[in-house]
Design a protein around this ligand. Structure first.
Ligand code: HEM
Length: 635
């Protein structure tokens, strides 16, 4: 058998926003339009030294030897498509979303292409805005450092399209073919003697820490983004500790708290008399950080007139103390952190674009606590610390309770709640519930329906519209604990009268899930969503099972994830209807063997353990999966 060859390539993956096989929108006009667009991609790809290797369905998959070529091709394609769309009626327009990633690609002698990068590009593509381009961190870094002119020329909207989604998607930035295996048991990282305490159990954080450790060993400037309280400073410390500079100083400058007139002196130092009241020479933070790392915290708060002053040190490590003409040099690695949307600041002219590019060679985005509820139990145990030994015990009920809260203040808020609870508990049992703020109770996210975007034809059918409405009602009902009336009831939240809401619920046959149903015991929409995503991402990333998705990755992977969520929600007794195929149909002909099933079973066990799902729910899920075996695996 001829061998597949392996190449490291930039991969461009595109598809029509909202188009889905499930919608059955395959009338001749749509098909002809698709073919025209695909040939446009083909032409531009040729012109930018690329090669289109797959155009199944509404998708396009191209490979390029250089990242810059892939980005240029994507830009040209979006521009040309905009022109192509302009004269057409809205239902004939084709809005492509494009994702670009760097990866190891295996090219079969018959021309087929697969590899990890293909999957990542497909996922990125789904995150791009219609008409936009979304790139992974590695591509962003490559383009940002090597050819900033490409970015500069794009204009603000395109810049936003490119940079915004990578803060959502944490693509791996190394280029080997297989995603890292989740660590044994939980990834909880206990504070070692020389390491900062990063405590987590979620796959999301495991991946993030993998990236953090990898970038730590490079010299790249890092931009850490995330809501306040997520632990950006801890991540910065971790980068310092894992870098070759770990013996040097770690210095922090809180840009938000320094008055503008003192900022320069604080950063660069000063000679005596330069600033009123200063009588001696003083080194600034940059000098103090020589040989180590300087964290510019809340970098988005640096006043506009001072931003330019940072460019020099970032470019060639030189600076001058205030009042001194001597140029000094400091060997410093810069890490910037912000809870602001810097790209938006750039587009509004509040933050210098050149400074943004220098700081964000490697952007890292720390997810909010509500999107990683699996971290809550290990964090609480960590914050309880010695109190656990003193008899304060964390129960399963506590954990569930905490996991339904939205945590607007993130890990910092959780820490405060635990501290408050310890005080409230006196010598008795742990009083976590009382320590929680009462107003912001329980915000479970709804489970996603299979398809929510506007389809290629430009409008929703009555059935689709109904599904969207139904999903929204379910979301509101879950968020309010199925309470209809009152200020905190679903009707008020939705802006409907109670009688109108009642009649819509009836018309759409939304029923409150049985409190004893697995759906509810799993934490409603959000619980099922977390579980299904975790399970699915393990399966897709698995070296053995991953092969089932490799060929179809350009268009199917994300939709399948949504289908799995919808399917699990409905069989677990949730108010979500499953609109996909039956199990036997979906898996027929895939050639899933008994050995594959064993792997799947192990992945399921891992997921249940990582999410700390206990009996009886664990047992029920395992039994349910076994009941599907005959439909899914052959032999
Ligand atoms: C060894 C285990 C499994 C493997 C390798 C596997 C693989 C796949 C693949 C490759 C597809 C895409 C089929 C296509 O688009 O043509 C698929 C679809 C799907 N799978 Fe699985 N699967 C496995 C187990 C399961 C289990 C246990 C469930 C349910 C709990 C499940 C639920 C689904 C759903 C809902 C779809 C989408 C069906 C549709 O297109 O309407 N799978 N699976």
């Amino acid at each position: 058998m001829a061998q597949a060859t392996r190449r490291l390539t930039a991969i461009l993956s595109a598809d029509v926003a909202g188009y889905s096989r499930l919608m059955g929108d395959d009338e001749p006009g749509t098909m002809a339009a698709l073919a025209e667009c695909q040939s446009l991609f083909r032409r531009l790809c040729d012109a930018t030294n690329g090669r289109i290797v797959d155009t199944a369905g509404d998708s396009v998959l191209g490979v390029f030897d250089s990242v810059a070529d892939a980005v240029l091709c994507a830009m040209a394609a979006q521009k040309n498509l905009a022109e192509w769309n302009a004269p057409r009626p809205s239902e004939r327009r084709m809005l492509f979303r494009v994702g670009i990633h760097l990866g190891d690609v295996f090219v079969h002698p018959d021309g087929r292409v697969y590899g990890d990068g293909v999957n990542v590009a497909a996922r990125l593509q789904a995150l791009a805005e219609p008409g936009g381009v979304c790139v992974s961190e590695v591509v962003h870094a490559a383009v940002g450092t090597k050819i900033p002119a490409v970015f500069e020329a794009l204009g603000e909207q395109q810049l936003k399209n490119i940079v915004v989604p990578i803060s959502v998607y944490r693509a791996r930035f190394t280029a080997d073919a297989v995603l890292p295996e989740p660590g044994p048991e939980s990834g909880s990282m206990q504070p070692g003697p020389e390491r900062s305490a990063l405590v987590f159990a979620s796959l999301l954080m495991q991946r993030l820490v993998g990236q953090v450790d990898a970038v730590a060993r490079t010299a790249a400037n890092v931009l850490i983004q995330g809501e306040s309280g997520v632990g950006k400073e801890l991540i910065a410390r971790r980068i310092h500790e894992e870098s070759g500079r770990f013996r040097g100083p770690f210095v922090k400058l809180d840009c938000a708290s320094i008055p503008a007139n003192l900022f320069e002196a604080e950063l660069f130092g000063q000679v005596s008399g330069a600033v009123p009241g200063s009588f001696r020479d003083r080194a600034g933070r940059i000098e103090l950080a020589d040989g180590g790392t300087l964290l510019l915290d809340e970098v988005g708060d640096i006043p506009a007139e001072l931003q330019a002053k940072l460019l020099g040190p970032l470019q060639d490590s030189t600076f001058e103390r205030v009042g001194d003409s001597r140029t000094r040099r400091a060997d410093v690695r810069f890490i910037a952190a912000t809870s602001r949307d810097l790209v938006e600041q750039v587009s509004r002219g509040l933050f210098r674009r050149d400074l943004y590019f220098r700081l964000s060679v490697f952007p890292i985005s720390v997810p909010p606590l509500r999107s990683r509820p699996e971290d809550i139990p290990v964090l609480v145990e960590h914050f309880l610390g010695d109190h656990v030994a003193a008899g304060l015990e964390l129960t399963e009920a506590h954990v569930r309770h905490l996991q339904t809260y939205d945590w607007p203040g993130n890990v910092r808020e959780l820490k405060n709640v635990v501290e408050r609870a310890v005080i409230l508990s006196g010598g008795g049992p742990l009083h976590l519930e009382e320590a929680l703020p009462t107003s912001a109770f329980s915000y479970p996210a709804r489970a996603a329906l299979p398809e929510e975007r506007t389809p290629a034809r430009g409008f929703l059918t009555a059935t689709e519209l109904e599904a969207v409405e139904r999903n929204s009602l379910v979301g509101a009902m879950e968020a309010t604990g199925w309470k209809l009336s009152g200020a905190d009831g679903a009707a008020a939240q939705l802006g409907l009268s109670v009688s109108r809401l009642k009649s819509r619920l009836k018309a759409l046959s939304v029923v409150k899930p049985d409190p004893g149903s697995l759906y509810v015991r799993f934490g409603g929409g959000r619980g099922v969503d977390t579980f299904a995503r975790d399970l699915f991402s393990r399966a897709v990333a698995h070296p053995t099972l991953g092969r089932f998705w490799k060929g179809r990755s350009t268009y199917g992977v994300l939709r399948e994830e949504r289908l799995l969520i919808a399917y699990l929600s409905s069989v677990m007794g949730g108010p979500i209807r499953y609109v996909g195929r039956d199990m036997r149909m979906a898996h027929r002909g895939l050639g899933i063997t008994a050995a594959d099933w064993e792997v799947f079973r192990a992945i399921l066990t891992e997921t249940l353990a990582a999410l700390r799902i206990q009996d009886p729910e664990r047992r029920e899920v395992v039994d349910f999966a076994e009941s599907l075996r005959a439909d899914i695996a052959q032999g």
